[in-house]
Design a protein around this ligand. Structure first.
Ligand SMILES: NC(=O)c1ccc[n+]([C@@H]2O[C@H](COP(=O)([O-])OP(=O)(O)OC[C@H]3O[C@@H](n4cnc5c(N)ncnc54)[C@H](O)[C@@H]3O)[C@@H](O)[C@H]2O)c1
Length: 377
């Protein structure tokens, strides 16, 4: 069997760029297409990742249209990451950048179109779908501030008769049901979809599923993450914005509409560290779906520090349960503080992608979670 995998990345922001980067260190993965909101790059013999990463360094198309011509309506792709993040022009990050200097994240030349391989387009996702006959797997590193955006993208692949793998790194619990609702269409098309396959949900959900194996009854699962993002802050504004929606007094709509200045103010008020409790992370429904425990027994929280690269707290998964012989215990899985968020999202996402390709080639279609599939290496 041909074990080489051609893949595409939808969204080359903080996560998608690192996906391409990490894939260079993995065997058998050839990136053949990538897109962001303004552009697309396709080369079926393999993209030049060095060139693409250099061209988009400090220049990701993160925000929506700078000129505001395209309003964010729920129907439009532009609703995917909302209204206010556009930043125009300036020099590359000098380490003291604020929201309004340094990074060209929006406007006509932002992102992939700055690469010699990139072409401007108003229909980046459709352009990748048009090439999908030659693509084994697609990693969706798109924002999900509009909840049904990723499910709708999946539906578009199914509508085009795509036969292959889709993997996303979405976070919100409610999106899993929206994907489940589309299972028939995905199966008919021949799609194997692994959803919530980043770090949390994803890697840590899978770790919880393994840690639960000592027990016959699982009482609770506690996921507590730490992320230090100083050097990666400019590149990860999409993720930070989505995380803010989990704070008390905020939701997805308010977070989507916040200006970069308002985000900076909020972060400054918290001394650079945001602490989250009871986050709506899909680890809960994904563990319930896998039969491990009830969704309500899973809690997810953590600390994000945008002013230091050190993790403010150690990422830990604690699974408490009772064994067949009546002992109560807690199995703990811990990440090393030296491993970055990007490593812990993209390593697993590509691992799940590889595993899903094997399933897909064996004719196994439908929607899977990270507790159902063991990622390949
Ligand atoms: N599960 C996890 O552990 C985990 C961890 C971190 C981030 N994430 C998720 O990863 C996703 C991406 O985060 P990010 O920080 O890379 O965001 P980002 O804003 O930096 O990047 C998003 C990318 O998507 C592109 N894009 C947006 N709308 C598009 C459209 N309609 N068509 C084509 N491209 C479009 C943008 O141009 C950009 O390249 C977020 O949803 C975030 O929550 C998950």
């Amino acid at each position: 069997m041909d074990d080489d995998v051609t893949f595409a990345v939808l969204g080359t922001g903080g996560i998608g760029r690192r996906t391409l980067d990490v894939a260079r260190h993995k065997d058998g993965l050839t990136p053949v297409a990538a897109c962001d909101r303004n552009g697309v790059a396709v080369d079926h013999s393999g993209l030049d990742v060095d060139e693409l990463l250099d061209a988009t360094e400090g220049n990701i198309a993160s925000g929506p249209e700078a000129d505001g011509d395209t309003p964010a309506t729920p129907e439009s792709d532009y609703a995917s990451d909302g209204g206010a993040a556009a930043v125009e022009g300036g020099s590359v990050d000098d380490g003291t950048a604020t929201a309004t200097d340094g990074v060209k994240q929006a406007g006509e030349d932002a992102g992939i179109v700055a690469s010699a391989q990139g072409e401007p387009t108003e229909t980046p996702i459709d352009d990748v779908i048009a090439e999908s006959d030659g693509i084994d797997a697609v990693l969706l590193a798109l924002p999900n501030l509009e909840h049904d955006f990723i499910p709708r993208v999946a539906e578009r692949f199914a509508g085009a008769g795509y036969e292959g793998v889709l993997v996303d790194v979405l976070k919100r619990s409610r999106v899993i049901g929206m994907l489940d609702d589309r299972t028939d269409a995905l199966e008919e098309s021949g799609i194997t979809f692994v959803c919530g396959a980043g770090a949390t949900p994803g890697f840590l959900t899978g770790a919880a599923a393994l840690a639960a194996q000592s027990f016959v009854e699982v009482e609770d699962v506690e996921i507590w993450w730490g992320v230090g993002l100083k050097s990666g802050y400019e590149d990860n504004r999409g993720t930070v914005r989505e995380d803010i929606a989990h704070l008390d007094g905020y939701d997805i709509e308010t977070a989507r509409e916040m200006s970069e200045e308002a985000i900076e103010e909020l972060i400054a008020e918290h001394g650079g560290q945001l602490e989250f409790h009871d986050m709506e992370h899909a680890d809960d429904v994904l563990l319930e779906r896998a039969g491990i425990c009830d969704a309500e027994d899973v809690s997810v929280g953590g600390v994000l520090d945008v002013r230091s690269d050190e993790k403010p707290t150690t990422t830990t998964v604690r699974v408490t349960g009772t064994t067949f012989d009546g002992e109560r215990g807690t199995n703990t899985f811990e990440l090393d503080d030296a491993t970055s968020m990007e490593a812990n999202v993209n390593g697993p996402a590509l691992g799940y992608l590889k595993a899903a390709v094997l399933r897909n080639r064996a004719g196994d279609y439908g929607v899977y979670g990270p507790a159902d599939v063991m990622p390949s290496f």
